[in-house]
Design a protein around this ligand. Sequence first.
Ligand SMILES: *[C@@H]1O[C@H](CO)[C@@H](O)[C@H](O)[C@H]1NC(C)=O
Ligand SMILES: *[C@@H]1O[C@H](CO)[C@@H](O)[C@H](O)[C@H]1NC(C)=O
Ligand SMILES: *[C@@H]1O[C@H](CO)[C@@H](O)[C@H](O)[C@H]1NC(C)=O
Ligand SMILES: *[C@@H]1O[C@H](CO)[C@@H](O)[C@H](O)[C@H]1NC(C)=O
Ligand SMILES: *[C@@H]1O[C@H](CO)[C@@H](O)[C@H](O)[C@H]1NC(C)=O
Ligand SMILES: *[C@@H]1O[C@H](CO)[C@@H](O)[C@H](O)[C@H]1NC(C)=O
Ligand SMILES: *[C@@H]1O[C@H](CO)[C@@H](O)[C@H](O)[C@H]1NC(C)=O
Ligand SMILES: *[C@@H]1O[C@H](CO)[C@@H](O)[C@H](O)[C@H]1NC(C)=O
Ligand SMILES: *[C@@H]1O[C@H](CO)[C@@H](O)[C@H](O)[C@H]1NC(C)=O
Ligand SMILES: *[C@@H]1O[C@H](CO)[C@@H](O)[C@H](O)[C@H]1NC(C)=O
Length: 579
Amino acid sequence: MAFTTVIALLLATSSIVVSQNSSSPSSTSVANASQTSSAPASFVTNLELSVEDLWDLYVGPVSTFSINTTVQPTPIPSSSLIPPPSLYYPSFPTGQQVPLQSKNESWRFPKTFWYGVAGASYQIEGAVKAEGRGPSIWDVLSHRVPGYVITNETGDNADNNYYMYKEDIARIAALGIKTYSFSLSWSRILPFGSGPVNEQALLHYDDLIDTCISYGVTPMVTLYHWDLPLFLQNSYGGWLSEKIVPDFTEYARIAFTRWSSKVHYWFTVNEPIVFCGFYPLPENFFKKTDIPKKQQPYFCGHNVLLSHSAAYRLGKSINSSLSISFKTNGGYKIPRTDSAADAQAVQRAWDFQEGWFANPTFLNGDYPPNLKSHVETFLTPFTDAQKEQINGTCDIFAHDAYTSDFIEAPESGIEACIANSSHTLFPSCYNTTKLYANNYWAIGPASDPGSPWLYKATDWVPAFLHYMQDTWKPRDGVAITEFGISEPYEELRTNLASIVIDPLRSAYYRDYLSAILIAISEGVNVVGTLAWSIYDNMEWSQGYSVKFGIQYVNLTTQERYFKASAFEYVNMFNVYQEK
Ligand SMILES: *[C@@H]1O[C@H](CO)[C@@H](O)[C@H](O)[C@H]1NC(C)=O
Ligand SMILES: *[C@@H]1O[C@H](CO)[C@@H](O)[C@H](O)[C@H]1NC(C)=O
Ligand SMILES: *[C@@H]1O[C@H](CO)[C@@H](O)[C@H](O)[C@H]1NC(C)=O
Ligand SMILES: *[C@@H]1O[C@H](CO)[C@@H](O)[C@H](O)[C@H]1NC(C)=O
Ligand SMILES: *[C@@H]1O[C@H](CO)[C@@H](O)[C@H](O)[C@H]1NC(C)=O
Ligand SMILES: *[C@@H]1O[C@H](CO)[C@@H](O)[C@H](O)[C@H]1NC(C)=O
Ligand SMILES: *[C@@H]1O[C@H](CO)[C@@H](O)[C@H](O)[C@H]1NC(C)=O
Ligand SMILES: *[C@@H]1O[C@H](CO)[C@@H](O)[C@H](O)[C@H]1NC(C)=O
Ligand SMILES: *[C@@H]1O[C@H](CO)[C@@H](O)[C@H](O)[C@H]1NC(C)=O
Ligand SMILES: *[C@@H]1O[C@H](CO)[C@@H](O)[C@H](O)[C@H]1NC(C)=O
C-alpha cells in the first residue's frame, strides 16, 4: 500500500520508541541544536510513515490463515438443514400452570417484520492486514496489552469472513434468514481514519453487499463497531476529541455515497455506552490525555452525539429515504423493592444508560436531567444549534437488549454517593443485581460465567418494549438489533454433537420472540430482530472463550456448523410471520 502519513514520533536518545509514549507538548522541531530542554524524552519529530510502518511500529507481526483468497460458497448439504430433536418440554408462561404447547392464534409478526443475524468487522473478518487495512485500536489492545484480552487471543484470523463471506451469506440464506447486519472496518476504507481512501476495501464491501442481494438477503450496515482507526486515537485521542466529528462524517459520506442505492438500513455507531466505557484506554499504548479518567466516557459520548447526528443529516441529504439510527444498549430496569430510593435509582439507571444517547436524539437534543447535572460540571453544554442538530436523528429505536437487572439505591444512599466522587458507584449512583430481594433466586438462568452481566430474563421483555416505545416514541418503531446468550461452558465442549445442541440459547430465542409477539399483540411497534451472532466470534476482551453464535465455527479448519438455536430462531418466524 502506497499510502503514507506524517506522524509525530517520540525520540528517545537515538532510537524510535512509539508504543510506550506518544505524549508530547507540541510538535517540536529537533533540528535546532541551540535549543535546550529539560525533558528530552518528550521530543518529537515528523516522519513519513506507510500503513505497513504503522503495523510494524505499533502492532508487530500478525498471523494469517491458509484460506487467503475469496472462496466460492460450497453447496449447503440438505442433511445439515434437518431440525434438531425436541429439546425441552414447553415452558410455563409467567403465572400460568399450563405449559404453552401449541400455536397462539393471537400472535403474529407482520409481513414487513425483518429478522436476521448480526456480526461485526473486527470480531469476524480476520485478514487484518489484507489489502491495505490500517491498524485499529483493537489490533493494539489484543497484540500489545497483556491480558486485555483474557485469553491473549487476537482478531487476526477470527472467522476469516473477509475471504469466506460468500459461504457465510449462502449459509444464512439456506436457513431462510433474509437479513444480515455487519459493520464496515473504518481502517480498511481509510487506513489512517482520514485521508486517502482504499479502493480495495470499497471493492470488497461492494461484493459483500452484492452477494447479500443476490441471495435475497437484505444488507444492514453499521459504520462503527468499536474498531477505531489507531491513527485517529494516536493523533488526537480518538473519541475524546471533537476532531473526530469531521473525520467520522467524511467516512460516513464515503459509505453513504457508495452504497445508499443498495443499503436501506444504516446504523452509525454500535453501543456507545460500551465503547465510550473503553476510556480511559490502558496507559502507555496510546496518546496521553489530560482529561480525568472518570470524565473520559462523557467526552466520548459528547463527540459521538455530534458525529452521529452530523452523519445522520448527511445521509438524509444524500438519500432522504434511508433509515438511519444508532444501536444503543442496556436492559430493563426493575426496582428491587418498592422504596422511593429504589425508584429514584431506577430513573438514574435509565438516565445514565439508554437515556444518555436516546434522550438527546429522540426527545430534545440534550442529556436526561440526572446525567446533565453531572456532566455540566465539566463538559461544555451543547449549544442550541447543536441540540437542534442532534434532536430527531434516529429513525428507529435500535436496541441491543440482551437482559434485565434489578436496580437499587447504593447502601450509603443516593445523595451521599452523588456528593462523593470516590464512591464506587459515582457518578451514576445506582446499584444492580441479578437477585430478587429475597437474595436467593436469580432473575433467570445464568449464561456462561464469562458474561456475568447476562441472564435469561425474557419474562421482562414485553414491559421493556412498552417502555422503549412510550418513553422515546420512535417514528419508525423499535428493533432489537442484538440479542442472544452465551451457552454456559460451551467452550469446554470438544465434540461437535455436544456443541451444536444449545438448549439455553434455543429457549432464549423462543421465549424472547414469544415475548415480542406478546408486545406486538399489545400494540408495540416492533419492526425487526437481529440475533447475535451469525456465528461464534472474537468476543472482545473475552477472546473466543465465550460463545454467542447460532453457528459453531471450528477455528482450526474454519468450517461452520448450524446449532439447534438457529432452527429455533427461524422456526418462530415460520410459525408466526404473516405470509
Ligand atoms: C534556534 O533556537 C534559538 C533559540 O530558541 C532561536 O533564537 C533561533 O532563531 C533558532 N534557529 C532556527 C534556525 O530556528
Ligand atoms: C512519557 O512522557 C511524559 C512527558 O514527557 C513523562 O512524564 C512520562 O513519564 C513518559 N512515560 C513513559 C512511559 O515513558
Ligand atoms: C496464502 O496462503 C498460502 C497457504 O495456503 C501461503 O502459501 C501464502 O503465502 C499465503 N499468501 C499470503 C499473501 O498470505
Ligand atoms: C496472557 O499473557 C500474559 C502476559 O504474557 C500472561 O501473563 C498470561 O498468563 C497469559 N494468559 C493466558 C490465558 O495465556
Ligand atoms: C434511496 O434509497 C432507497 C432505499 O432506501 C433506494 O431504493 C433508492 O434507489 C435510493 N435512491 C438513490 C438515488 O440512490
Ligand atoms: C425535538 O424534536 C421533536 C420532534 O422530533 C420535537 O417534538 C421537539 O419539540 C424537539 N425538541 C427540541 C427541544 O427542539
Ligand atoms: C451493590 O450491590 C452488591 C451486591 O448486591 C453489594 O455487594 C454492594 O455492597 C453494593 N454496593 C453499594 C455501594 O451499595
Ligand atoms: C466516599 O466514598 C469512599 C469509598 O466508598 C469512602 O471510603 C469514603 O468514606 C466516602 N466519603 C464520605 C465523605 O462519605
Ligand atoms: C476441528 O477441526 C480439527 C481439525 O480437523 C479437529 O481435530 C477437531 O476435532 C474439530 N473440532 C470439532 C469440535 O469438531
Ligand atoms: C396467547 O397470546 C395472548 C396475547 O399475547 C395471551 O394473552 C395469551 O395468554 C396467550 N395464550 C396462551 C395459551 O399462552
